[in-house]
Design a binder for this molecule. Structure first.
Ligand SMILES: NC(=O)C1=CN([C@@H]2O[C@H](COP(=O)(O)OP(=O)(O)OC[C@H]3O[C@@H](n4cnc5c(N)ncnc54)[C@H](O)[C@@H]3O)[C@@H](O)[C@H]2O)C=CC1
Ligand SMILES: NCC(=O)COP(=O)(O)O
Length: 335
């Protein structure tokens, strides 16, 4: 199985067909069709897109088609009629087929990486989807295909920040239970390795955020920093990973912008996503580290309201495509 190549086309998934995916994909193709980088194709139905399209049966045909039409690899599943802005759980089968096919293409060396369009988690959950989101679903597909364990780490990139998350879509009340030394050390190792291999940073400097205000204020406003994060950081440093003790969550992002760190490991979803989306909502990218394939995604969701008004902006998808190209090319150079 080949896991990456920068010269291969990228596989873009359909996402929720009632969301912004079709609009931003057509607009990203318009913006990038003359771009010299790797082209992309989308796994969906051609009539979703308001631009020139051409059906392809093989990812290898994407490159020749891309300058004149958006290459579309049709789904096998039938999609129900799509009403923009009105999600329909009957689309779930096609949404998941698109993700699964794109991932298999990347795993099998037919695509250079996967760029996912937004899905509505609630819509998929109502159709019985058992994973919290793409991140865990992609890891499950990769794990099954390679028979190797695959631990995914979500990282948001934008506004000068690279922020990996120690916890993702779980209720805040259960976060402390997940912050075990084993989990945090795996997250740190995967993040350090990805910054080196996929982002081309020779010796990445990482920071842990604290969970509590003022990083626990020496154990007086919470003990996770004193008892778990800081002792673990010391062990990781002894192994050669350059990582700080828990830094206060209200200052560590400014420290990274000042050049002190190359990446941050945030303890919760919102702790990590708020700074990235505030600084760079339109250009932010979500990427999954720890997979045998490259995967990126816009940082935003399905934006049903913008889709209804035909006003969805493609900026974040374009950034996701550009980052996927860069990561694939860095991986190739690293081999
Ligand atoms: N990667 C993924 O698949 C993601 C999926 N989601 C899902 O998206 C759904 C909606 O989530 P929300 O919290 O409402 O976030 P959202 O990002 O879809 O929308 C937040 C606001 O930003 C606007 N917006 C977002 N992207 C836009 C674009 N490209 N152009 C113009 N305006 C845009 C929306 O119109 C809305 O006002 C949820 O079901 C969530 O699960 C959320 C984040 C990522
Ligand atoms: N908030 C980020 C998000 O919801 C994306 O999740 P995933 O579908 O990429 O796992």
């Amino acid at each position: 199985m080949t896991s990456h190549s920068s010269s291969l086309p990228l596989a873009v998934t359909m996402g929720d067909p009632a969301g912004c995916g079709p609009q931003i994909t057509a607009r990203a193709w318009q913006a990038l069709r003359e771009d010299a980088g790797a082209p992309f194709y989308v796994i969906a139905e051609a009539d979703l897109f308001d631009c020139a399209t051409r059906d392809i049966s093989n990812p290898a045909d994407a490159s020749s088609v891309f300058p004149t039409a958006l290459p579309v690899l049709p789904l096998k599943a039938d999609l129900p009629p799509v009403e923009t802005g009105r999600p329909n759980s009957a689309s779930a089968k096609g949404i998941l087929e698109s993700i699964e096919t794109a991932t298999q293409h990347a795993l099998n060396g037919l695509a250079g990486g996967v760029v996912t369009n937004p899905i509505s988690k609630a819509v998929l959950y109502s159709a019985g989807f058992a994973h919290p989101g793409h991140t865990e679903y992609l890891a499950a597909i990769c794990e099954e295909a390679t028979t190797k364990p695959c631990k995914p780490v979500m990282m948001l990139v934008g506004g000068g920040l690279r922020v990996a998350l120690a916890t993702i879509h779980i209720p805040l009340i259960s976060v402390p239970l997940h912050l075990t030394p084993e989990h945090l050390s795996e997250t740190a190792r995967i993040t350090a390795e990805a910054l080196h291999r996929d982002f081309g940073i020779a010796s990445p400097r990482l920071a842990f955020t604290g969970l509590n205000p003022h990083a626990g204020e020496s154990g007086t406003i919470g003990t996770e920093e004193r008892d778990i994060i800081n002792p673990l950081a010391a062990r990781l440093r002894a192994e050669g990973i350059d990582i700080s003790d828990a830094r206060p969550g209200d200052t560590v992002f400014a420290e990274m912008l000042d050049g002190r760190f190359d990446g941050i490991i945030a303890m919760t979803h919102d702790q990590g996503l708020i700074p990235v989306k505030t600084l760079d909502f339109w250009g932010g990218v979500n990427t999954t580290l720890g997979l045998p394939i490259v995967r990126t995604s816009p940082d935003h969701g399905t934006a049903y309201d913008a889709a209804r008004e035909n006003a969805a902006r493609p900026d974040s998808l374009i950034s996701a495509i550009r980052l996927a190209r860069k990561m694939a090319s860095n991986r190739l150079a690293h081999v």
